[in-house]
Design a protein around this ligand. Sequence first.
Ligand code: 13P
Length: 251
Amino acid sequence: MRTPVIAGNWKLFKTISEATTMVAELKPLVAGTSHVEIVVAPVFTALSRVADVAAGSNIHVAAQDCYWEEEGAYTGEVAPKLLKDAGCSHVIIGHSERRQYFGETDKTVNRKTRAAITAGLTAIVCVGETLAERESDTTFAVIEAQLTGGLADLSTGSLKQVVIAYEPVWAIGTGKTASDAQAQEVHSFIRSLIARLFDRSTAEAIRILYGGSVKPDNVRGLMSQADIDGALVGGASLKADSFAGIVNFAD
Ligand code: 13P
């Protein structure tokens, strides 16, 4: 059985004090939840303080990006081992906003993913098609290229440290969720692709999250789909009560 992952991507929101307050509020709301891996991803500057507040709870901390080198003359970058040092267990890699605004490519996603795994982090690798790509019927080809490139040269064993997030770009921040069936269709494609690229048992074990306008009132339908193993949540993860409503989808 795959343990679902509910991850909150806070993007460029929240000061250190807002982020730590939110985690302190979230803790009691999710304290009884043992069947879900809960992850929050604050900005870099808040990671260490949020990790301190989350310590000993069932809330894991993720960064929103990383670099692939361990150290060196790379001004402005943060290495995976430093994320570990700050208390992170996860890192989001290849979010569509990074692909769109910061020149992220499947090649850089691959380098970052390999470095994150080497450092002992779980990589949440994001893929997803734009509206134009969906409308021109290239969704599967786009996802296949993103995953084939992004997961290139990874050992089958290292896939235990990978979670895939399918986030259709047209559903992010738009209030337009993919229908349960639309999401399931792509998730099922991703699982069969992982079986082709790696093997069947790896494909059965890997968690595939859906992201794009997930809210407390649509999470249940998505989670009832056979190949949807969790959610990567933006806007609705910014408040403790709505994020807890998503975490506790089964209640
Ligand atoms: P929204 O939930 O705000 O649509 O954002 C989704 C997302 O990009 C999570 O990474």
